[in-house]
Design a protein around this ligand. Structure first.
Ligand code: GLA
Length: 389
């Protein structure tokens, strides 16, 4: 966990001034994977692992950024954010500055970053970084935009500066997350519904496989293109559709044979996952743990065999977890190709779950996993008041 007073001290040492502090959370997705860019539904929650941004304004238009996590520092000009060959982590920040600058006039700033969200862990460290720095830069400028616009600006930064054509789930979770709640997002209307987690009466456990396969970015954009191809083809039978969100499970069953096998499987995942997500949101609301767990199991299977974004380590982690006492459901979470699984576990089985899953996973892969309980937390906020001054 980040020691905030140390972060502040590190900031003052580096820049010689006193900062304000902002943060945004990582997220874990309960269900609704690869549905967001198909205008569908997702059910993530913001988690109590956050990215912190210590920041002080400057009187020019330069942003100096340093990161404790990657032990690196660089700078860019607000007016020419693309000028430098920035390292990827700094591109997220330059991208957010650039998108915000089209709406408000920013000030230069000195920034120091630290984070509790593991990079490449499938818990959306990038959205946490974007939304936290966006919030901090707005505060320095003494201006605000609607939270929804901030989330969209963060997504645009990722599209235009990093080249990942991501959906809106992660930036929305980092912005609108709420303590003790999961967030159902309609990724077409951008309407959200907070669903209390108290009825679940079980722990939400993240198991990080600690592998990250390099495929992620290109495979992600490829999946997106395959879905778009599916929509084009299905439109011949279902002329009204704009996205896979518009295709019901029943209609898909009628017309799936019109599609080539690969596109058919990609679309089948999205269409069925949308349906599962809505049912899971209801199950969560009603505290129906068995039903939620079974939908999560189906989700993983669909991601593994139809969407093909899982990997050996994720499958293994899910398989080991599913065999344990008191586990309602387990599945990969996030984009895939490594990263983490999410598990719903009865509280009295937590210790044995953690020990057995870690031991078996380590035995089979020689990799140490990270396994921990997460709580739902609030979205982006200022944390300056929590500091001992
Ligand atoms: C990544 C993207 C999200 C979403 C997930 C898959 O996390 O950033 O927009 O598409 O993958 O559900």
């Amino acid at each position: 966990m980040v020691d905030l007073n140390r972060l502040i001290a590190g900031f003052s040492e580096r820049y010689g001034s006193k900062p304000r502090l902002f943060s945004a959370p990582g997220r874990v997705n309960i269900i609704g994977e690869h549905t967001d860019y198909n205008d569908g539904f997702v059910l993530p929650m913001a988690i109590d692992r956050r990215t912190f941004v210590a920041i002080a304004p400057r009187n020019d238009r330069i942003v100096r950024v340093a990161s404790v996590i990657v032990n690196d520092a660089t700078e860019f000009k607000i007016d020419q954010p693309r000028e430098l060959s920035l390292h990827t982590w700094a591109k997220y920040i330059a991208g957010v500055a650039w998108t915000l600058e089209s709406r408000i006039t920013l000030r230069g700033a000195d920034i120091l970053i630290d984070s509790e969200v593991p990079i490449g862990g499938g818990l959306s460290s990038s959205a946490a970084l974007e939304v936290a720095t966006g919030t901090a830069l707005m505060a320095m400028a003494g201006a605000t935009i609607e939270p929804e616009q901030l989330a969209l600006a963060a997504q645009k930064a990722e599209h235009d500066f990093v080249g990942a054509k991501v959906g809106i789930m992660d930036q929305f979770a980092a912005t609108f997350g709420r303590k003790d709640h999961a967030l159902l997002i309609d990724c077409r209307s951008l309407k959200t519904k907070q669903i209390p987690l108290r009825n679940l009466n079980a722990a939400i456990v993240v198991c990080n496989t600690n592998v990250k396969h390099q495929l992620m970015s290109s495979a992600y954009n490829q999946r997106r293109a395959e879905c778009e191809q599916g929509v084009e083809l299905l439109r011949q039978c279902l002329p009204g559709i704009r996205a896979l969100r518009d295709v019901s499970v029943a209609d898909f069953g009628k017309y799936e044979n019109e599609l080539p096998d690969l596109v058919r499987r990609r679309c089948r995942h999205v269409v069925t996952e949308n349906d599962r997500t809505l049912r899971a949101a209801q199950a969560l609301q009603d505290g129906e743990r068995e039903l939620l767990g079974s939908l999560m199991r189906q989700s993983h299977e669909s991601l593994r065999s139809d969407y093909e974004v899982s990997c050996r380590e994720l499958d293994l982690m899910v398989e080991i977890a599913s065999r344990q006492e008191g586990v309602f459901g387990a599945r990969m979470t996030g984009g895939g190709f490594g990263g983490s699984t999410i598990n719903i576990v009865r509280a009295d089985e937590l210790n044995s779950f953690t020990q057995t899953v870690a031991g078996e996973y380590r035995g089979a892969t020689k990799i140490n996993p990270d396994i921990y309980v997460v709580e739902a937390d609030d979205g982006a906020r200022e944390d300056s008041d929590n500091l001992i001054s």
